[in-house]
Write a protein that binds this ligand. Structure first.
Ligand SMILES: *Cc1c(COP(=O)(O)O)cnc(C)c1O
Length: 830
């Protein structure tokens, strides 16, 4: 008897999974029983979530394999997005949406007596990022998959993501976020692609058999990097790209001495150190922390990812790197993965024996760097001694890169020693430091800022001398957000209204939203638009009531500021305005009042004292305002705890007013501003970051502008006198009196002294007092505009209609056209 042998790997022999609601029902039941061993219904949602998520994952698998095969077979150029952060949020809803299974999934779950919304809530957020920078990476990979660009995201699989924020007595309390505790349906471990990463040891120089000198890095302690892959589905296009996250693991090499001495448990336990590398995300946003473990994380990501790319290259091309730079591009998300520049040099020279010039040509034509901030406290510097101890061979290479770079500077500006000092990758001083941004500038062919103003300020300020040397390297790539998550998924009522009105093409071509503009003049459409917003506001009001015990009136204005808590973002200015409104109510100045619900949310870095004080002040002001019977529904204030991606999915659709009030010149771009605009909120904002471009797109009549410009901010500093400003403004004086008499700290006298001191300081870098009057006046215009609901709804519709530029689809097309130059690759046909 002969039987046909079917190779196990050929998926084309496996019957495809169907996509009807009955197919999904079968899948859910099968996984519930056979994958998770549940045989009767129970009250726990856990296995129902898992069975459903696995059923959806089944529908991604073939596309994932087909996409991978297409990328490998075509041997076309690929790009790699290297980022220490990917703030993904939840995956299930996005997968359902992008697979086009929305209706079938709802129906299937309904047949099983389950509710999609409830199941979605069971998934933990993948909070592997701090804020904008990490969320940007997540939106980028979504858009790359939708555009069918062969881009792989590389990051770290932190065991603990961004901490969970609890509010206790008005203060932030951090709790560990063990997001993997209940397992992660979406990741697949790929042990066969494990890489070893070296640390410590020392370097040796030696002559090869041809008498050529080389270096090697020896006596290192190695750590394994084990990849876990997450599927990134494109929107209804059959493409599923990959996010590859590295987990650290100990090698199996034992300390034989201890082992033989009978200390087996001790020698196994000692391996923990290696496993710590991917244990926890550093919770600092826009500030460096200088911890050794953080440098280990950075090199761990850089080394594992570059080795992974070189593994794939050498499998096809052997050790011929002549076309490597033409076919590969690494995009560095801020300076965090910048040690990649030295790591690629090291591997090309030490492992593949390329000469310096050849390796350098490849490296500097392969790396591209994105800068995310102008704040000096965020610029990464690592002490040379730390580099020397942890990564001695990398330090040698950085010194050599610097020496060759400085000789270029000397050629260009002979004798200008001061310039050489300023531009050197190594900062002199009591503790010598490696300036990571300069390493990135020297080692990359492209350097970009993330909004036009930010890119302009970079070449005028921070990087001006590098710009003088290589103007062709510098470019702007204005950020965006993905409209799949930030509109189609999170705002179902408006998405439906939009699609019913202008069709569905906006989901992959956001400029199509322009077609909504004429409907702003259609009273019937405005009414439907307002009804959608109202539904979203009720949904948020219910959650706010459950979380904070405060009832928001859904007819009142929803005035929202959610983002990391940072002095430059000026949540303090917002609170001063709230106190001003409270003061007006107490004075009886409430003619033509516009009722407001003010919502402030965001996490403070655990070591950032002022940011934590701002949270406490918000909560104390809220306590007073919300419990004063004179205030009633005229004003409600809450601090929304544990702001995260899934919270923003609820908040953005419900916003009337988006607060984007940073000190001009400090917010590189902002992306929260774009999510709000897309969802029909109006912006009150400074001329900062992408606010400028938002205002350009929507028109100044649909945007509430206030405050000093970036230029004025710098001009004012020398003569800034906040005490005179307060004195001359009776509203401001009242606000300060309330703060200073302890009205919001009755049981905690002196609690807000540091905040008061900051506002009154002539050296306040954020110039809070300078913009108070102009902010309060703009808020009055907002209040007046909201009274005229016809006008407001019109402006709201136009904000959505003109948000087309702020899709990451546009951003990715810009990166691709100017930097990556990839050809879209459709998945391999089955
Ligand atoms: C969009 C987003 C951010 C960035 O907000 P900004 O206002 O641009 O600072 C931060 N955190 C989360 C969870 C987000 O979704």
């Amino acid at each position: 008897m002969t039987e046909e042998i079917k190779p196990i790997r050929d998926i084309r022999d496996v019957p495809p999974v169907g996509k009807t609601s009955d197919d999904l029902v079968n899948g859910i039941q099968r996984h519930y029983l056979r994958t998770f061993g549940q045989h009767k219904p129970n009250n726990s949602i856990h296995y129902k979530y898992k069975a459903f998520a696995t059923t959806i994952r089944d529908r991604l698998m073939e596309c994932w394999i087909n996409t991978k095969e297409a990328h490998e077979e075509l041997d076309k150029k690929r790009a790699y997005y290297l980022s220490l952060e990917f703030l993904m949020g939840r995956t299930l809803g996005n997968a359902v949406l992008n697979l086009g299974l929305d209706e079938q999934a709802t129906e299937a779950l309904h047949k099983l007596g389950l509710d999609l919304e409830e199941i979605i809530e069971e998934e933990s957020d993948a909070g592997l990022g701090n804020g904008g920078l990490g969320r940007l990476a997540a939106c980028f990979v979504d858009s790359c998959a939708t555009l069918q660009l062969p881009v792989v995201g590389y990051g770290i699989r932190y065991e603990y993501g961004m901490f969970r924020q609890q509010i206790v007595d008005g203060n932030q309390v951090e709790e560990p976020d063990h997001w993997l505790r209940n397992g992660n349906i979406w990741e697949i471990e790929r042990p066969e692609h494990t890489q070893a990463v070296q640390f410590g040891g020392h370097t040796e120089s030696f002559l090869d058999k041809n008498g050529v000198r080389h270096s090697r890095w020896v006596d290192t302690q190695d750590v394994l990097a084990v990849p876990f892959d997450t599927p990134i589905p494109g929107y209804k296009n059959g493409t599923v790209n990959t996010l590859r996250l590295w987990k650290s693991a100990a090698t199996d090499e034992f300390n034989l001495g201890e082992f033989n001495a009978g200390s087996y448990p001790e020698s196994v336990a000692a391996k923990n150190e290696a496993e710590h590398i991917s244990m926890v995300l550093y919770p600092n946003d826009a500030s460096e922390n200088g911890k050794e473990l953080r440098l280990r994380q950075q090199y761990f990501l850089a080394s594992a990812s570059i080795k992974d790319v070189l593994r794939q290259w050498t499998e096809v091309h052997g050790s011929d790197f002549s076309a490597f730079a033409e076919q590969n591009c690494f995009q560095l998300n801020d300076t965090h993965p910048t040690v990649s520049v030295a790591e690629l040099m090291r591997i090309l020279m030490d492992d593949y024996r390329l000469q310096w010039d050849e390796a350098w040509n490849i490296t500097k034509n392969t790396m591209a760097y994105t800068n995310h901030t102008l704040l000096p406290e965020a610029l990464e510097r690592w002490p040379v001694y730390l580099f020397d101890r942890l990564l001695p061979r990398l330090l040698e290479i950085i010194f050599e890169i610097n020496a060759r770079f400085l000789s270029e500077v000397a050629n260009r500006w002979p004798g200008d020693l001061e310039r050489m000092k300023r531009m050197s990758i190594i900062e002199e001083g009591p503790v010598k430091q490696v300036r990571m941004a300069y390493l990135a500038l020297v080692g990359s062919f492209s350097v970009n800022g993330v909004a036009q103003l930010h890119s302009d300020l970079l070449v005028k300020g921070l990087f001006s001398e590098f710009y003088a040397m290589w103007p062709e390297k510098f470019n702007n790539k204005t950020n965006g957000v993905t409209q799949r998550r930030w509109m189609a998924w999170c705002n179902k009522p408006m998405s439906k209204l939009i699609s019913d009105t202008i069709g569905e093409s906006w989901v992959t071509n956001l400029s199509e939203l322009r077609k909504l503009a004429p409907y702003a003049d259609d009273a019937g459409f405005r009414e439907q638009w307002a009804a959608c917003k109202r539904e979203n506001k009720e949904r948020l009001a219910d959650v706010v009531e459950a979380e904070c015990g405060v009832r928001f009136n859904p007819d009142a204005m929803f005035d929202i500021q959610v983002k990391r808590i940072h002095e430059y973002k000026r949540q303090l200015l917002n609170i001063l305005h709230v106190i001003h409104l409270y003061d007006r109510i107490k004075r009886g100045d409430t003619e033509n009042w516009t009722p407001r619900n003010v919502l402030i949310g965001g996490k403070a870095a655990p070591g950032y004292y002022m940011a934590k004080q701002i949270i406490k002040l918000t909560n104390n002001v809220a306590e007073v305002v919300n419990n004063d019977p004179d205030v009633g529904d005229k004003l409600k204030v809450i601090f929304f705890p544990n702001y995260r991606v899934s919270a923003m999915e609820l908040i953005a659709p419900a916003a009337d007013l988006s607060e984007q009030i940073s000190t001009a010149g400090k917010e590189a771009s902002g992306t929260g501003n774009m999510k709000f605009m897309m969802n029909g909120a109006l912006t009150i904002g400074t001329l900062d970051g992408a606010n400028i471009e938002i205002r350009e797109e929507v028109g100044d009549e649909n945007f509430f502008l206030f405050g000093l410009t970036a230029e004025e901010v710098e001009a004012v500093r020398g003569s800034y006198d906040p005490n005179a400003i307060i004195k001359a403004d009776s509203d401001f004086s009242h606000v300060m009196e309330l703060l200073e008499c302890g009205h919001f700290s009755q049981f905690e006298p002196g609690l807000f002294a540091s905040i008061i001191g900051a506002i009154r300081s002539p050296n306040d870098p954020w110039l809070v007092a300078a913009d108070f009057r102009s902010y309060v006046d703009a808020q009055q215009q907002v209040a007046d505009a909201f009274k005229d609901q016809q006008r407001w709804q019109k402006m709201s519709i136009l904000n959505t209609a003109y948000s087309g530029k702020f899709s990451t689809d546009r951003t990715m097309e810009d990166y691709n056209r100017d930097i990556w130059k990839l050809t879209p690759v459709p998945p391999k046909c089955v």
